[in-house]
Design a protein around this ligand. Structure first.
Ligand SMILES: [Zn+2]
Length: 170
């Protein structure tokens, strides 16, 4: 007799998913001020309580808070928010807040087309959010790349808000 036969009805994957949803719904009943940035993004990603989770997330981003979604999400903040297109269609005020944040964020690296991260606390000389590197070695390799491409000498320093690393003119 095969003892595993009885297990075919058991779907641990679905159970885990349901369990997660129940947890998120419990979170959504708490005031947003009691939730961590990551918890707020989890609500947004699961389309739960968007009428309060999205404005709360935008508040954090406007305040310049760097929100680390790793390793819970593979996508970035913008992708997770843009997925809620129908919410933003019905909430033009929140849409324009998001658009404003996007305008000020990361600019594209013309060469690689890669979107870089920004520090929402530090501004560069043009008044845009400063490009942020998660690790010192990432910042150093960008510095070396910039020097070999354009001869510009830059130096690495740690973000004073402890968000990561920045480059500045040497
Ligand atoms: Zn910074």
């Amino acid at each position: 007799m095969d003892q595993d036969d009885g297990d075919w009805d058991f779907d641990p994957f679905l159970t885990a998913k349901d369990h997660k949803r129940i947890q998120l719904e419990a979170l959504s009943r708490r005031p947003t001020s009691q939730l961590s940035p990551l918890e707020l993004f989890k609500l947004v990603a699961a389309s739960i309580a968007l009428e309060k989770s999205i404005p709360a997330v935008l508040d954090l981003m406007e305040k310049g808070r760097f929100i680390d979604l790793d390793p819970d999400f593979l996508e970035d903040h913008w992708t997770l928010l843009e997925r809620q297109g129908s919410y933003f269609k019905g909430n033009p005020a929140q849409r324009s807040r998001l658009d404003h944040l996007k305008k000020m964020r990361d600019y594209r690296d013309a060469r690689s087309g890669k979107v870089s991260m920004s520090c929402f606390k530090c501004l560069d000389a043009r008044g845009e959010f400063k490009r942020l590197y998660e690790t010192r070695s990432e910042a150093v390799s960008s510095l070396e790349h910039r020097y070999s491409e354009s001869g510009v000498r830059l130096t690495v320093y740690e973000c004073k808000h402890k968000n990561g690393w920045h480059l500045t003119k040497a």
